[in-house]
Design a protein around this ligand. Sequence first.
Ligand code: PMP
Ligand code: GLN
Length: 379
Amino acid sequence: PQSKLPSLGTTIFTQMSALAQQHNAINLSQGFPDFDGPRYLQQRLAYHVSQGANQYAPMTGVAALREAIADKTAELYRHRPDATAEITITAGATEALYAAITALVRLGDEVICFDPSYDSYVPAVTLSGGVMKRLTLQPPAFRVDWQAFRQLLSPRTRLVILNTPHNPSATVWQQSDFAALWQAIADEEIYVLSDEVYEHICFTDDGHHSVLAHAQLRERAIAVSSFGKTYHMTGWKVGYCVAPAALSAEIRKVHQYLTFAVNTPAQLALADMLRAEPEHYRDLPAFYRTRRDSFVQALSRSRFEILPCEGTYFLLADYSAISDLDDVSFCCWLTEEVGVAAIPLSVFCADAFPHRLIRLCFAKQETTLLAAAERLCQI
Ligand code: PMP
Ligand code: GLN
């Protein structure tokens, strides 16, 4: 058949994880922990299964989970979304992103995103008939040039997609970025899709800034998060989006025919977890900071230059001192010959991205990180 996505292949995450397995390499490519999530959460899942919570959940999500999310949002971002009308539970953040883009983007609409950008945004926009306008951020700071952003705006601009803490650059948006975004779009009917799946993995002094904390922007915004990152269980695939009632209603029209509803016992278990152990997400920055710092320390003897990491569980490493290969070839070589799998950055960019940067996932046990660092120090 004629492809609707002719230039798209299999995701880099699937490719690199497969290559890592094939060569028995330490897999620091695809982002997932090699340790388990909280025992309590697992026990609650088993409990709810044993109690017969095994039929369809409500289309918008289990009420107890939506209520718990509303309370957490109020505590962290000083805004309590309406649990009935404004919060929708989805099959991971991926589904929330897809449903939001499908609900909002019409044929010919323009969508702005910031490169390097997470790989699920662009195909969703393309399938909706939208046109991407991609602004490339430059290392090492990856900050948005707001003048350049304004030049991308047009009467057809419909949506801006942002991600903070940012995968793959590991930078975070400051409050001034949200202020600049609002200034640029205040007078237009432009929506904002804010991917905040790493909201609890942020190392800056003032912490994560959510679009939900911005009184004007949140009237036009969809905030997306995922329990996979927060609870070390990426395989559960439960996420959610928060958006004003009118926007949520449109997103739900898509969600109800994309998945209809999400795994019932997992939602109940997550609601219990949010209520019983809020210290889990409060302690997460310290938990990951320890891993980040010991990995950076172990790599200090290597010839990689490590970039600052403000958030996410990814670290960027510049290999200019080691090789002239392009980043994709370097990642293949690193996996096959050195035994460490990483992700090249250029695959997240539309324009040429001639930097020698790779992304390493540090959501790993200390022993895994030290073993990987030992190999990386030998090249
Ligand atoms: N957005 C970003 C920036 C991500 O890194 C990820 C997970 N890798 C997702 C969305 C998707 O999250 P989920 O696994 O919950 O679908
Ligand atoms: N988000 C994860 C990453 O950035 C991967 C998710 C996936 O494999 N689709 O590595």
